[in-house]
Design a protein around this ligand. Structure first.
Ligand SMILES: [Mn+2]
Length: 195
């Protein structure tokens, strides 16, 4: 069964076209108009081995907020759709991800119950013109629309680029683990029988 999904989400604030293949090789074609965000999404695809094609056009002159949040909504939606019934998956994923002096801790459950616990200190510095506050908005939108219980913490880090790169890579490796097929899991990995 192919674990792929795609969508177009066009509003007055943003136009987003994207497709994913959970069983890809990490091939990414990403263009959001925000270069640092593109870099983070490419890291996610590469390290989760998800093929990702994403084109987002938003009202960047207003703020980057709409584009980042709506990309999270759209990505969460297609990841959930691509997972289908979740039969045979490992369901849980976690990672401690070092990036030089930075260390991120990510744990997630593809539970169908959205939750975000987010604890990332970064000194309130911008990365060029990108406000890292938006990373929390992105992961909140992704968790809610993807039905993911998601815990993200930064345990160490000085360089703000490293801190967020560790967060995105930690999410990628956790997601890769959770969507991996468990050869001994013959059905839905829940005693309730539904995720
Ligand atoms: Mn980098």
């Amino acid at each position: 069964m192919k674990r792929t999904a795609s969508m177009k989400r066009h509003t007055k604030e943003t136009q987003i076209d994207l497709s994913v293949n959970l069983d890809g090789t990490g091939k990414a074609t990403v263009s959001t108009g925000i270069e640092f965000f593109d870099h983070m999404l490419e890291l996610f695809a590469k390290h989760a081995k998800v093929d990702l094609t994403l084109r987002a056009r938003g009202d960047l002159k207003v703020d980057y907020h709409h584009t980042v949040e709506d990309t999270g909504i759209a990505l969460g939606t297609v990841l959930k759709e691509a997972l289908g019934s979740k039969a045979g998956i490992r369901r849980y994923g976690f990672c401690l991800l070092p990036m030089d002096e930075a260390l991120a801790q990510v744990a997630l459950d593809l539970s169908g119950r959205p939750y975000l616990k987010y604890d990332v200190e970064y000194g309130r510095k911008k990365i060029v013109d990108f406000d890292p506050q938006l990373v929390e908005e992105f992961f909140y939108a992704l968790a809610v629309n993807g039905g993911i219980t998601l815990h993200i913490s930064s345990l160490a880090g000085k360089n703000v680029h490293h801190i967020f790169e560790a967060v995105f890579k930690g999410f990628a490796k956790s997601f890769e683990m959770a969507v991996a097929i468990d050869a001994r899991e013959k059905g839905i990995p829940s005693t309730k029988g539904v995720l």
